[in-house]
Design a protein around this ligand. Structure first.
Ligand SMILES: C[S@@+](CC[C@H](N)C(=O)[O-])C[C@H]1O[C@@H](n2cnc3c(N)ncnc32)[C@H](O)[C@@H]1O
Length: 496
């Protein structure tokens, strides 16, 4: 086997191929296990890794856009007889194009265009090759490439949100390895991932917040209590009538979806006290878990303030709670109908009847100053009506464009916009009249309550508004599950 590596350049000599260490790691990971199986390589280049793959598999199908490179690769591999070279643009013509694969595939090696949206396209197509109820390997080169744009790493890491897809091995050179000036790996050169289309549930940690401390109390597939074995809030707690409303996470949408809870508590218990953990308390409870929210917010512990500021049903933001805090892990879910709004699941735990939480859609209350600023902007930029347009950093061109275009087509009005990257605006025919980044988050929220329509990709930033206006959100791969809310929310393209 090692003689196959003779005359093959290292990445230091040809930046397009994998390093020799990557190839050796592949050989030792795959061993003899795949000798009767088929591998698909996306991005042949000069065929150097193809050569190694051809010795590990019964057959390799490899795709390349450049005729010159296909010919070069054929020459490099002229002594190999189990490689099928396909010259094609793998991104042209949509998913159907991958039907060049006619046999069962066990491994896909993705090493083509390294922009995240193209890698996601490759991943998506690779997954479609997985046999029903089986597991396959998806291998990536240039995971650790230090590119300025979103690349392989972002695409792979995003896909790892699915319990069906996991990184199982880092291969090739390690983080910090430099193979050229300004080319230093920011993570391992490559990764081997497993993907299965079997239904898998991710285990979650069940937490308790007691006396201002967080305790992990085991893992579970579904947070909360199933309807057929429901647990309820203790009667003594209800009798005291001092209620702390809390989530175990820090995203704005996460808190937004439970924003009607203070009012609903006050309607049932008119003399009760409703309190929200302060920024200080949330930091104490959740700091070890805050990394994911710190990427989007400088201070995610303040998120609850954006949602509950000026709410007349909130009595206090508190720095300490001496009792247990019953947060979103305490809920009663219906295994048959997981898409019941979280606030309703939580209020089931709080012994509410369905009639008592009928009006559960999120709600917001603004100060006079916030309203004045917002009204002045509306008067100045779009006195005859407007929509808002959102492309968050989770916007995916391939997945979301059609939905968003269709919604924009329906509402030909001026838009106030928020986009994670200004260049994205050129993708859409949209009349933008105001960049919402120029005003505070709370004023942005006020503007959304006054808009005729909200259009964008799926984001917590727009989830709090279906009480006030029509919200169109291009869905991501998975559904909203319990983060759904009641009201005017459209998430299916056929409903536009
Ligand atoms: C990083 S190189 C592949 C290296 C190769 N797998 C190896 O290890 O030696 C990426 C290759 O993808 C090819 N490529 C880029 N865009 C493509 C497309 N749309 N369709 C097919 N091949 C493409 C490029 O021409 C390039 O040769």
């Amino acid at each position: 086997m090692s003689e196959l590596l003779n005359n093959i350049p290292d990445k230091t000599e040809d930046k397009n191929t994998t390093s020799l260490k990557f190839k050796k790691d592949l050989i030792s990971y795959l061993g003899d296990k795949y000798k009767d199986k088929v591998c698909v390589e996306i991005g042949t280049s000069k065929g150097y890794t193809t050569r190694i793959l051809s010795s590990l598999f019964r057959k390799v199908i490899t795709c390349e856009i450049s005729e010159e490179l296909v010919n070069f690769a054929k020459d490099v591999n002229k002594d190999r007889n189990n490689i099928e070279f396909i010259m094609m643009d793998v991104y042209q013509g949509g998913a159907a194009k991958w039907d060049f694969v006619k046999e069962d595939v066990d491994v896909v090696f993705i090493d083509c265009d390294h922009k995240a949206d193209h890698v996601l396209f490759d991943i998506n197509n690779a997954m479609k090759l997985c046999k029903p109820n089986e597991e396959m390997l998806i291998i990536f080169d240039d995971y650790g490439l230090n590119n300025m744009w979103k690349g392989v790493k972002e695409a792979v890491d995003e896909t790892c949100n699915s319990p069906n897809f996991n990184i199982v091995k880092e291969i090739g050179q390690k983080e910090g390895w430099s193979y050229r000036d300004n080319m230093t790996l920011r993570a391992s050169e490559g990764v081997i991932c497993t993907y299965t289309n079997k239904e898998i549930k991710k285990e979650k940690k069940f937490w308790r917040f007691v006396d201002d401390r967080l305790y992990e109390v085991g893992t579970t597939y579904d947070l909360g209590f199933p309807k057929d074995d429901a647990s309820y809030i203790p009667d003594e707690y209800l009798e005291k009538e001092v209620f702390t409303v809390c989530r175990s996470c820090l995203g704005i949408g996460d808190w937004g979806v439970i924003s009607s809870m203070p009012r609903l508590l006050k309607e049932k218990y008119p003399n009760c006290v409703v309190q929200i953990p302060s920024e200080k308390l949330l930091k104490r409870l959740l700091e070890p878990f805050a990394a994911e929210w710190l990427m989007s917010w400088k201070n995610p512990y303040k998120t609850m303030e954006y949602i509950f500021r000026n709410n007349p049903y909130v009595d206090a933001f508190v720095d300490s709670v001496s009792d247990e805090i019953f947060h979103d892990h305490y809920r009663i879910y219906n295994p048959e109908k997981l898409e019941i709004p979280l606030v309703e699941q939580m209020l089931d735990f709080w012994q509410f009847t369905p009639e008592e939480y009928e009006d559960s859609s999120p709600e917001l209350y603004f100060t006079d100053e916030e309203k004045e600023i917002g009204d002045a902007i509306i008067e100045d930029r779009a006195p005859n009506g407007f929509g808002t347009f959102l492309l968050s950093n989770r916007f995916d061109k391939n997945r979301d464009t059609e939905f968003i275009e269709k919604a924009l087509d329906k509402y030909k009005i001026p838009y106030f916009y928020w986009v994670s990257n200004p260049s994205l605006l050129s993708l859409f025919d949209v009349d933008t009249v105001f960049d919402m980044r120029n005003v505070s988050v709370r004023v942005q929220m006020y503007l959304k309550t006054k808009a005729e329509v909200l259009i964008g990709n799926m984001s917590g930033a727009d989830i709090m508004f279906p009480r006030y206006t029509k919200v169109y959100m291009a869905p991501r791969g998975h559904s909203f599950k319990e983060n759904i809310v009641r009201g005017n929310l459209v998430t299916k393209i056929e409903d536009i």
